[in-house]
Design a protein around this ligand. Structure first.
Ligand code: KG4
Ligand code: ZN
Length: 390
């Protein structure tokens, strides 16, 4: 039974435009992914060595119509009047919903489609979607669970108690791990076309991870917070000390130069991930005190597609007799499926807006604010956390 009191399955369009990719997907409420389209802004990444928000906004506006249309066109049986799959009935209009998170471009597009077809619309928080897509992948995954969300802009450790009820255990005090990967890739002269992270991961496989002794961040802080700005600086200094010239692409580097770059990449990756491991161990201890029934650690967000990250965190999780849930890489990096799925979860609980209203990206049930920061309403929980820190 859905929020509208009907038994029919929902068929949902998710639109994602929060970062550098423009994505759309159509997902059924049983978890079946009916279509998925991602248009990457790889050329912008190459040009700017990272996400350039103003450029990204323009790029979204150029491709959004095409991406959404493609996601809808890929559906096998498609009723153009209402985007419903299968036999079209009068009900189909209200069974389909449009979801969105992100830039003005995505919100505008979602409002337009929802308004045209009189469909309800659900505002979805990007980081919540990264966490909840794990429940599409692993249907056994019940609340409460712990989630480590690692992307270009966020490093979050949360205790997910229930749908829309998240306790932030830790966050970054400066940069996120994905930003550190991207800068390392740029300074090492790597091919940024698939974003920096995959390029560093690939090169690190050739290197000696003990070659440069980078300092592990925040060793002395007995909390679950992260910091990557200092590690970034250490990497830049190591690159300078080896006289590596980033303007010479790795493909044209001498074998000695390539070796030095690979050693730095591997040493960086080891410490960047060790920082995750240490904070995850503490988060598991904290969370288990609050919710002893926890069985899973979810790791999601773009950086979670990294195989080294996955295997190292799996060791931590096994040590604590928990299970790791890591979505496949295509669902870890930004995608429309996670938005659609999170919308389905909220819609099934009766949380959605009429098409013409302002899209509420700060769902009242959410504890993150719009920037992924901790909302004041959960201060009581923070007091509890202070207790655990001692
Ligand atoms: O979640 P996401 O797709 O977008 C944001 O919400 O930021 O994450 C993008 C980040 C980028 O910094 C990218 O370099 C990183 O995820 N990333 C990786 C890998 N794949 C993507 N980092 C390390 N290893 C990877 N294989
Ligand atoms: Zn993301």
């Amino acid at each position: 039974m859905n929020a509208l009191g009907q038994d029919e399955e929902l068929v949902v369009l998710g639109i994602e435009t929060s970062c550098d990719d423009t994505a759309a997907a159509v997902v059924r409420s049983n978890g079946e992914i009916l279509s998925q389209v991602v248009s990457s802004q790889a050329d912008l990444l190459v040009r700017y060595g990272g996400v350039a928000p103003k450029m990204a906004e323009e790029a979204h506006s150029l491709v959004i119509d095409q991406v959404v249309q493609e996601a809808l066109d890929k559906l096998k049986v498609f009723c153009s009047a209402c985007y419903f799959i299968g036999s079209c009935s009068a009900l189909c209009r209200i069974l389909s919903i449009i979801l969105v998170h992100g830039s003005k471009i995505g919100v505008r597009k979602a409002r337009k489609v929802a308004g045209t077809y009189a469909l309800p619309i659900v505002g979805v928080h990007h980081m919540e979607a990264h966490a909840l897509v794990a429940r599409l992948v692993e249907r056994e995954l019940q609340f409460p669970f712990i989630a480590l969300l690692i992307s270009g802009g966020h490093n979050l450790l949360i205790l997910a108690r229930d749908l829309g009820h998240y306790i932030q255990l830790g966050t970054t005090i400066d940069d996120a791990i994905g930003e550190a990967y991207d800068k390392a890739a740029k300074w090492l002269g790597l091919d940024m076309r698939k974003s920096g992270g995959p390029a560093v991961e690939e090169l690190a496989r050739e290197g000696d991870e003990n070659f440069v002794k980078f300092k592990v961040p925040m060793k002395q802080h007995k909390d679950c917070n992260f910091s990557y700005a200092g590690l970034k600086t250490q990497v830049r200094l190591a690159i300078e000390s080896k006289n590596i010239d980033a303007s010479i692409p790795i493909a044209s580097a001498s074998s000695e130069d390539r070796r030095a770059r690979a050693d730095i990449a591997a040493s960086f990756q080891r410490v960047a991930v060790l920082h995750l491991e240490e904070k995850c161990e503490r988060a598991i201890e904290w969370a288990m005190k609050m919710e002893p029934s926890i069985k899973h650690l979810v790791v999601s967000g773009g950086v979670a597609s990294n195989q080294y990250v996955r295997s190292q965190l799996n060791k931590i999780v096994e040590k604590h007799a928990l299970q790791l849930v890591c979505p496949p890489p295509s669902l870890c990096t930004d995608n429309g499926v996670m938005i659609a799925w999170t919308g389905i979860e909220h819609f099934q609980m009766g949380r959605y807006d009429p098409p013409h209203l302002h899209v509420n990206l700060r769902m009242p049930c959410l504890i993150f604010d719009q920037d992924g920061h901790w909302a004041k309403s959960m201060l009581k929980e923070e007091v509890k956390l202070d207790h655990l820190k001692r």
